[in-house]
Design a binder for this molecule. Structure first.
Ligand code: BMA
Length: 300
């Protein structure tokens, strides 16, 4: 299997949201009990984002909840850092708890917020686990060498590289380590960032990343794949030369931000199939299907 767009894309558009929004996009993804859950970014009419759940039994047909489950106003311990919105969550199941890492946006610019939940209705908001500017944070689903690990994308001067760090408790982070930089003169030359929590395979940790290249007045966002060593995850074992998904369909080309495919999560099924949830043009939610074998093959 290569990679295939689901025939009924997009699977969620703003008309499917029961309250008034400008757009719905960039969902984090997990399975909870017997359902697929998407924790979708909804940009409200005032231009600030919240997160709303969409639920599905089959991974294709989703129903969006009546109200957002997480809003900036719920962040009483760190409201100053999320005042302009909460965006682009990644969900990682670690030791029976779901950890949400998402962008808090404010006058201080983007930083990473950590929140945990066991049931997707009660949340413990831990607050920032980075300084600005930093976004696209994803956690590894298990400890490596006795520590928790995160992937994120600090922006320093003109550099936009992917970094790793370690923590004994998911709250205190250090031992920062460079992971990957954009390839010059390629589809990802301006910036890269992690897209999904890594999936463990026999050959290493698989992760999706987005790469950006500016053209004329705009940029094009595409999706690539990285394969990291299981025990030394800062060692890259494989990396796609060409993107696995790029804006081609009208729902990926035309919208609030043109020519964007952007993913925050995926689901690995028991048979090795993979569902990649992504957004087109910062305006909708779509699905592409592939397999672990295909993703490993394109990294080599
Ligand atoms: C990134 C993030 C995403 C967005 C993408 C394309 O920097 O802000 O939320 O989908 O740009 O506009």
């Amino acid at each position: 299997m290569a990679i295939h767009r689901y025939k009924n894309n997009p699977i969620i558009v703003k008309e499917n949201v029961p309250f008034n929004v400008n757009s719905v996009f960039n969902p984090g993804v997990t399975k909870y009990r017997d359902e697929y859950l998407l924790l979708c970014r909804v940009e409200m009419p005032n231009g600030r984002s919240s997160l709303v759940l969409a639920r599905s039994k089959d991974g294709y047909n989703f129903k969006v909840d009546a109200l957002p489950v997480l809003t900036p106003e719920m962040h009483q311990n760190c409201y100053d850092y999320v005042k302009w919105g909460i965006e682009d969550v990644r969900i990682t199941l670690i030791e029976n708890k779901y950890y949400l890492t998402y962008t808090g946006y404010s006058k201080y610019m983007p930083l990473v917020i950590l929140t945990e939940t066991e049931d997707f209705s009660n949340f413990i908001i831990h607050g920032p686990i980075s300084e600005p500017s930093n976004k696209n944070c994803a956690l590894f689903p298990e400890k490596i060498n006795g520590f928790y690990w995160k992937i994120d994308r600090p922006s320093a001067e003109s550099r936009k590289d992917i970094w790793l760090s370690q923590s004994p408790d998911l709250l205190h982070w250090g031992k920062y380590k460079f992971l990957a930089e954009p390839f010059q003169g390629s589809w990802e030359q301006d910036k890269i960032g992690s897209s999904s929590p890594p999936i463990k395979t026999d050959e290493g940790w698989l992760m999706l990343y987005h790469g950006v290249r500016g053209f004329g007045l705009g940029s094009i966002y595409k999706i690539g794949v990285l394969l990291l060593d299981l025990n030394e995850p800062w060692k890259i074992k494989g990396r796609t030369k060409a993107p696995i998904l790029q804006p081609e369909m009208e729902y990926e080309r035309v919208g609030d931000v043109m020519n964007v495919v952007f993913s925050c999560g995926w689901i690995k099924e028991d048979n090795g199939d993979v569902k990649i949830y992504y957004s087109g043009a910062d305006t909708n939610i779509c699905l592409a299907e592939t397999s672990i074998d295909f993703l490993l093959s394109v990294c080599k």
